[in-house]
Design a protein around this ligand. Structure first.
Ligand SMILES: NCc1[nH]cc(CCC(=O)O)c1CC(=O)O
Length: 315
């Protein structure tokens, strides 16, 4: 018998994700009680700036990690793509369930795909990563920043503020809104963010009971793919200010397991883009290899530029 306190952001998507995880864990430990600890994070409160302007890593995560460290909660459910590569001391991501659809999708007012959007159409999106890749696919589009919860962003398209919005399939699927999607962008047109479509369940590393339970519950192929993607992100020391995409797939089993990773780094203004693929047997090694190759080909300049700009920004 144990009461597990679960920290969660308060957005509709976060609540839905947390509830899903709690239901899964409850089925494994019927003798446990789960209690939600809602936390409204800085990332949820500040919606009038682009994420890259606010700066700082882990806007959605750090206050939740603080609650775990202080013992105000025992576990937390995050979207993996919001979790910085460096966790707060004493914490681990012990649970990683099977990945949802990792792709980005188009929701458009007229029901058309990216290719069908009229010349100069207005497209809203929340990330530099999507901006850079959309711009390459359709240089004529007017791509503008758009933040807010998923329902806010969908409404902006439906109201006509934008001709289309681009967002993650996973969020829409989890909300049960897949019928609003007009196109799934292939992963080679818009390489997803590191960890996109994956949930991360974090707890204190010394909570052995929870760590073991979450490890056993995790989906091994997703764990491996995420390890490669996050090793890539870590080697790039990527912040939100430079467009980075990384997507890994895993095939084969045991010693024959092959991890294939596609990495993208773009100029902070989205004007140039480098993309590279590599494979190998070890997830960390593949991640580091793709990152180092991109750095050697010029991505290092863009990351340096973004870091310097970040330092002069008054935060
Ligand atoms: N950037 C915010 C965010 N963080 C996680 C998701 C949902 C998709 C996921 O779990 O990867 C979203 C929404 C979006 O990007 O459209």
């Amino acid at each position: 018998m144990r009461t597990v306190r679960v920290a969660t952001r308060t957005s509709q998507l976060a609540m839905t994700q947390t509830q899903w995880v709690v239901n899964e864990l409850r089925a494994l430990r019927e003798d446990w009680t789960f209690e939600l600890v809602p936390i409204r994070t800085k990332g949820d409160r500040i919606l009038d700036l682009t994420l890259s302007k606010i700066g700082g890593k882990g806007l959605f995560v750090s206050e939740i990690e603080e609650a775990l460290r202080l013992g105000q909660a025992d576990l937390a459910v995050h979207s993996m793509k919001d979790v910085p590569y460096e966790l707060a001391a004493g914490l681990v991501i012990a649970g990683i369930p099977m990945r949802e659809d990792a792709r980005d999708v188009v929701v458009s007012r007229a029901g058309c795909s990216l290719a069908e959007l009229p010349n100069g159409a207005r497209v809203g999106t929340s990330s530099l990563r999507r901006m850079a890749q959309l711009r390459r696919a359709r240089p004529d589009l007017r791509i503008e920043p758009l933040r807010g919860n998923i329902d806010t962003r969908l409404r902006r398209a439906e109201q006509g503020d934008f001709d289309a919005v681009v967002l993650a399939a996973a969020g829409l699927h989890r909300m049960g809104w897949q019928q609003r999607i007009h196109e799934y962008l292939p992963v080679d047109v818009c390489v997803p963010a590191v960890g996109q479509g994956v949930l991360a369940v974090e707890c204190r590393e010394d909570d052995e009971t929870l760590v073991n339970m979450l490890n056993r519950w995790s989906h091994p192929l997703t764990v491996t793919a995420v390890a490669a993607e996050r090793a890539f992100l870590r080697r790039l020391q990527g912040s939100c200010q430079v467009p980075i995409a990384g997507y890994a797939t895993v095939s084969g089993e045991g010693l024959d397991q092959v991890i294939r990773l596609t990495g993208v780094v773009a100029h902070p203004a989205g004007s140039e883009l480098l993309r590279l693929e590599a494979d190998g047997h070890d997830p960390q090694a593949v991640g580091v290899k793709v990152a180092e190759e991109l750095l050697a080909r010029g991505a290092d300049r863009w990351i340096q530029m973004a870091l310097e700009e970040g330092q002069t920004d008054a935060r």
